[in-house]
Every structure is written in structure tokens, then in C-alpha cells.
Write a protein of this length. Structure first.
Ligand SMILES: Cc1cc2nc3c(=O)[nH]c(=O)nc-3n(C[C@H](O)[C@H](O)[C@H](O)COP(=O)(O)OP(=O)(O)OC[C@H]3O[C@@H](n4cnc5c(N)ncnc54)[C@H](O)[C@@H]3O)c2cc1C
Length: 498
């Protein structure tokens, strides 16, 4: 258990939040900041290791959501809240804007409808631009684009720092974090629920189900069973930083009813992303990339930004959307069962996370959960891992005060010994090298750890939290664990050292 120690008394927690992705951590943060005693439970060894670590990392405005849907409302609210929170918490965000490009007369004819939809979603600063302006702004765009819709508010964000910031704040406010604790059953009771996990039973008055791809299983444990999660895999390709000057904005396709389509976007780490695909698959754990998936992305990329596909590929990965038969989020609170279901957060959960948390907290209060009603405390200031701002290796004053910020360990991503040391000593330390990667960018660059993995592993083993961790909570040491969301491409040329 990380965070405030067990109280030792016999009282159940007010709330157990199942799932420590970006949604569950946001909810735990909101509750803990309102003096609600809260246990955040996850099957894995860290927060944010599910879909939350493997997405396209766009802070959406919600311009293309279905007007009037729960997603539209919470996305709109969430994106405003997260933009502000990120600024205060040091979460990397860049307001690059997006251009939704029409490549065919049919797509061009769709633009007024997309513009109208944006207006109905409250995103009123969109505007149509012609081919001339489009090519002036994006000179590397492939030939044949007919025009675009500009959405100035679309931004790119760090998907890793976001749940870490939420969880860090939740812990500071008194929440407890129970990792490596897969929920295998729930004994729902009249006065309390007993959540059975791999590391023991958690007693609580309320259950919040934020289990992402497994939220239907948790729902069934609470006597529900009204929806089924159908994983929809999205594969993405990460291009080297040398590709970054090829575009200024996020380049979006005209969306279809099924998916937002394949886009090209800068990342806050200075790379370029191409993806995602959208394939319904039966296996909720299958985050392998595929030859056909990557080939289809390259074909799309060749049309959108021809020079991109000639650039070096750094990595590829896949994430799974928690799709349901209903396109909208599945969020409700049942006061009689003291249960909140927060499921089906398919394609926009990162952007909507704070809106979802605010909404769920409000529903819980209406259903009888007591909140302190106090103003929100300031967020924690997280280590900055973006490319646009000043990193420790660029900060002469910081290096003068502490030379470890001048000692670069990962040269591709310019990560210093000081940053690694800080991450290992943070209130929510990484449990393995993959967790360290999400906190610092170490091993993330074009060599994918070829030059620094041994040093990083040694630093992790020497200074990692394992020695101090209680039995059963020891971090899984080992070489470069790439984790589920970031695998070496299958059937793809190696992203190996150059
Ligand atoms: C390809 C792709 C691109 C996307 N792009 C964007 C984007 O650009 N912008 C955006 O806003 N959103 C995007 N999304 C959507 C976004 O990533 C998700 O909506 C969001 O991450 C969902 O968060 P979550 O917390 O609900 O789920 P998760 O992150 O999956 O968290 C659920 C957690 O529950 C835990 N869990 C599951 N079962 C159990 C159990 N039995 N016991 C204990 N713990 C359990 C898991 O370990 C996991 O940590 C994208 C998604 C995909 C797949």
C-alpha cells in the first residue's frame, strides 16, 4: 500500500475506486481532496499502465463529439479543466491547434456539418480555410488537399504525467493506493462492500468502477451486466524527432461514424505520431502491433505527409479502446447499491478525465456520499518532461545548484541522473524501468535504450524503492520492461540502435 498508512482501525473506507487509469486516478483525487477516505485499487504495479499509457495524447476540445451526449458535456468541461490543471501542475501541453483536412469533394462537402457540430458542442472558434492557406501553413502536406477546418483549441499533452499528477495529489490528500491487487470478486452488502483482491479484502461503503477494459466484469460483480466491453485496438507509429519540423498542427482526417480516423500529430516529447488504426478484437490483452496495421498506417501517412514515411521510426505501440455497443460513456451512480459505474470511456478519457471526476463526485454526493465542500487545493508540481519548455539539462542555475541535473544518462531524450534520482524518490516511485520511462522519458528515444539501458537498470536497482518496499510490494526489477503499451513492432523494421 502506498500513501497514507492504514489507519489500523476497523472502519471501512468511504470509497474503493477500482482502476488506477487516468479516469480512476482523477476520481480518487477529486474524492480525496473532499476529505473522502478512498482506496485506489489496481491490478498492475503502477498507475496509468492500461489504455491511459497508450493513446494518441491529444487534449481534445470535444468539437466532434455527438452534441448533447454525456461525452460531449464531460469532454468540453474536462478539456478546460485539464488545460488549467496541466498549466499549474507542470504537465506538458502544447496548444498546436488542429486542421481537419478534406481530401475528396465528399469530405469537403462534410466540412460545414463538422463546423456546425463544433458550434453545437460549444466550440465556436473553428473556421474553414481554403487549400491556399492550408498549404501555406502545412507546406509538407501531400498533394490533393481541398481545404480544412481549423480547430485552434486542440492541443497535445503528456498522457503519462497526467494520471501520475492525479494520483500524487490523491495520495497527498490521504487516499491509499493498492497496486498489484486484481479485483476478483465483490461481496456487496447492506452497509459495506467487501472487494476481494489478490492481496486481500478491501472494505468500503461505496464502489467506483473505473476498470476500463474490464469494467463490464466489475459491473457484473456488482450485479449489473448491462453492457459488454468490445476492445477496439489502435496501433500507432512514433517517428523520430527529425520529423517534427514537417508539421505545425495536428492533422486530422474527416471522422467517420466508426472512428476519428488516422491522424498525424506532434508529441510533447518532440516526435511525430501516425495513427491510430481501429480494429475490433476479441482479446482484451492483445496490445501487439501487426504488420497489416502498421502497413495501413504507412499508406495513410504517405498520403497525408509524404516525407514523414521516409523518416526513421522510433517505436510503435497499440492501445485498446474500451468500446461498448453504445457510443456514449456508461456513467451512472446507483445510490441503493452504493455503486458508481464509470465505463465505456472509449476515445476521449484523457481529455475528459477531470470533467468525468467532477461529474461522478457530484453524482455520489447527490446519492448520499458526504463531501467536505472545500475549495480544491493546488495541484502538485510534477517534473517537466516536455520538449517545448526548459528541461533540467538546459537549466544552468539548477545544474550549478545540483550537478546531477547536468549529468545526462539518456542522451537521446536528454534525461539526467538528477531526474532519475528524483523519480525514484518521489511519493509515487516507479515499480520498474517502464515506470521510470513514463516519469522521465528515459529509454524513450531513437536508440530505445541501447546505449543507456544498463546504466538506467543499475540506477534503478541501486536506488530503487525495492529495498524499502514491504514484502509483496517489491518492484519488478529487470531490464527494459517495455510494458503492454509499447512493444517492439511485430513484422516491422527494427527501431533498434542507429
Ligand atoms: C489508440 C487510442 C488513442 C486514444 N487517443 C486519445 C486521445 O488522443 N485523447 C484522449 O483524450 N483519449 C484518447 N484515448 C482514450 C483514452 O486513452 C481512454 O479513454 C482512457 O485512457 C481511459 O482511461 P481509464 O482510466 O478508463 O482506463 P485504463 O487506463 O485502461 O485504466 C483502467 C485500469 O483498471 C485496471 N483494472 C482493470 N481490471 C481490474 C481489476 N479486476 N482489478 C483491479 N484493477 C483493474 C487496469 O489495470 C487499468 O490500470 C485513446 C485510446 C486509444 C486506445
Amino acid at each position: 500500500m502506498t500513501g497514507a498508512a492504514d489507519t489500523g482501525d476497523d472502519r471501512p473506507a468511504d470509497v474503493a475506486v477500482i482502476g488506477a487509469g487516468v479516469v480512476g486516478t482523477a476520481i480518487a483525487r477529486a474524492l480525496a481532496c473532499q476529505d473522502v477516505s478512498c482506496v485506489l485499487i489496481d491490478a498492475e504495479n503502477d498507475v496509468g499502465t492500461g489504455t491511459s499509457k497508450a493513446n494518441t495524447a491529444i487534449l481534445h476540445t470535444g468539437f466532434d463529439a455527438v452534441p448533447g451526449s454525456q461525452e460531449s458535456t464531460l469532454l468540453r468541461r474536462g478539456s478546460v479543466l485539464l488545460a488549467d490543471y496541466a498549466r499549474r501542475a507542470g504537465i506538458p501541453v502544447e496548444r498546436t491547434g488542429a486542421l481537419l483536412v478534406a481530401w475528396t469533394p465528399e469530405q469537403q462537402a462534410e466540412l460545414p456539418a463538422v463546423e456546425d457540430k463544433a458550434h453545437r458542442n460549444g466550440v465556436t472558434d473553428v473556421r474553414r480555410i481554403g487549400a491556399g492557406e492550408l498549404y501555406r501553413r502545412e507546406p509538407h502536406l501531400g498533394p490533393g488537399a481541398l481545404g480544412a477546418l481549423e480547430i485552434p483549441g486542440e492541443s497535445i499533452i503528456c498522457p503519462w504525467t497526467t494520471p501520475l499528477a492525479y494520483a500524487t495529489q490523491a495520495l497527498a490528500a490521504g487516499a491509499r493506493l493498492r497496486l498489484r491487487s486484481r479485483v476478483t470478486g465483490i461481496r456487496a452488502g447492506a452497509t459495506e462492500h467487501q472487494v476481494v483482491t489478490g492481496t486481500g479484502v478491501v472494505r468500503c461503503r461505496w464502489v467506483v468502477n473505473a476498470a476500463g477494459l474490464h469494467s463490464d466484469t466489475i459491473d457484473a460483480m456488482m450485479g449489473g451486466g448491462e453492457f459488454t466491453i468490445c476492445p477496439r485496438r489502435g496501433e500507432l507509429i512514433v517517428f523520430d524527432k527529425l520529423a517534427r519540423p514537417l508539421l505545425s498542427s495536428i492533422l486530422l482526417p474527416v471522422p467517420t461514424a466508426r472512428s476519428k480516423g488516422v491522424l498525424v500529430a506532434p508529441t510533447v516529447y518532440g516526435n511525430v505520431l501516425l495513427g491510430p488504426t481501429a480494429d475490433d478484437i476479441p482479446d482484451r490483452g492483445d496490445v501487439a502491433t501487426t504488420g497489416p496495421g502498421l502497413a495501413s498506417l504507412m499508406e495513410a501517412g504517405r498520403r497525408i505527409l509524404p516525407r514523414l514515411v521516409a523518416e526513421e521510426v522510433t517505436a510503435s505501440y497499440a492501445g485498446l479502446r474500451a468500446a461498448t455497443a453504445d457510443r456514449d460513456y456508461q456513467i451512472w451512480v446507483d445510490g441503493s447499491r452504493r455503486y458508481a459505474c464509470v465505463a465505456g470511456i472509449r476515445s476521449t478519457g484523457l481529455s475528459a478525465s477531470l470533467g468525468i471526476a467532477e461529474h461522478v463526485t457530484g453524482l455520489l454526493a447527490e446519492a448520499g456520499l458526504r463531501l467536505a465542500g472545500r475549495p480544491e487545493p493546488d495541484p502538485p508540481v510534477m517534473p517537466y518532461i516536455g520538449q517545448a519548455g526548459t528541461r533540467p539539462y538546459q537549466d544552468a542555475a539548477r545544474i550549478a545548484a545540483d550537478p546531477d541535473y547536468g549529468r545526462i544518462v539518456c542522451h537521446c531524450e536528454r534525461v539526467t541522473r538528477g531526474e532519475i534520482r528524483d523519480a525514484l524518490a518521489s511519493p509515487l516511485p516507479p515499480a520498474d524501468v517502464d515506470g521510470l520511462r513514463r516519469r522521465t522519458r528515459v529509454l524513450n528515444g531513437r536508440c530505445q535504450g541501447f546505449y543507456c539501458a544498463a546504466t538506467v537498470a543499475a540506477l534503478f536497482a541501486g536506488a530503487g524503492p525495492g529495498a524499502a518496499a514491504p514484502a509483496g510490494q517489491r518492484p519488478a526489477h529487470g531490464p527494459m520492461a517495455t510494458g503492454s503499451g509499447r512493444r517492439a513492432p511485430r513484422g516491422w523494421r527494427s527501431a533498434a540502435p542507429r
